[in-house]
Design a protein around this ligand. Structure first.
Ligand SMILES: [Zn+2]
Length: 175
């Protein structure tokens, strides 16, 4: 289990103990901003020294972690809209968090422009966010998407209802 909140804290400069996977996640998120010695830095650049400081390790360890990361394209996730990394080798999406530091359902999936899978995943993700109590976050998401997308998500969500159990039992329990 990756503690995405801890990863985010470290990225923001708060030192926390991280697992090897979480360290990798930090380096992955800074990879495209890393500069080598001698290059003139831009405002958003970070040095290997700075990453080592964040992780509480040596620059050599940072280099080693960086080398161990499989090549990937950085894209915007079609579900949670956060950054995601798609491995060049097999098209699998690396595990990544949504805005609420929960594992996004695109994690571990093969990324392809398959709108049906994307819609189903979006409906499941929104349902999980609601059940976790994040009504405002879901509302915000639905307000920002295009109407045509909204309609498709609604149809996918309705089609996903199960007849066997009361789909709203979680809501009744919360009331
Ligand atoms: Zn995502």
């Amino acid at each position: 289990m990756t503690d995405w909140f801890a990863v985010s804290c470290v990225l923001n400069g708060t030192r926390l103990p991280l697992t090897p996977d979480e360290r990798k996640a930090v380096v992955r998120r800074l990879e495209h901003r890393l500069i080598n010695h001698g290059e003139p830095p831009r405002l958003t650049d970070v040095t290997v020294e700075r990453v080592a400081e964040l992780l509480g390790c040596t620059t050599r360890t940072v280099e080693r972690i960086k080398q161990s990361l499989p090549q990937a394209d950085r894209l915007s996730c079609p579900i949670c809209r956060e950054d995601m990394w798609v491995l060049l080798e097999d098209g699998i999406v690396e595990a990544h968090p949504d805005t609420f530091y929960q594992r996004c359902p695109m994690s571990g999936e093969v990324f392809e422009a398959d709108w049906e899978v994307e819609l189903a995943n979006t409906a499941v993700w929104l349902s999980q966010r609601l059940k976790a109590g994040d009504v405002l976050g879901v509302w915000e998401y639905l307000e920002t998407v295009q109407t045509s997308h909204l309609r498709r998500v609604l149809v996918a969500a309705l089609a996903g209802f199960s007849d066997e159990v009361d789909p709203f039992s979680w809501l009744k329990e919360a009331a």
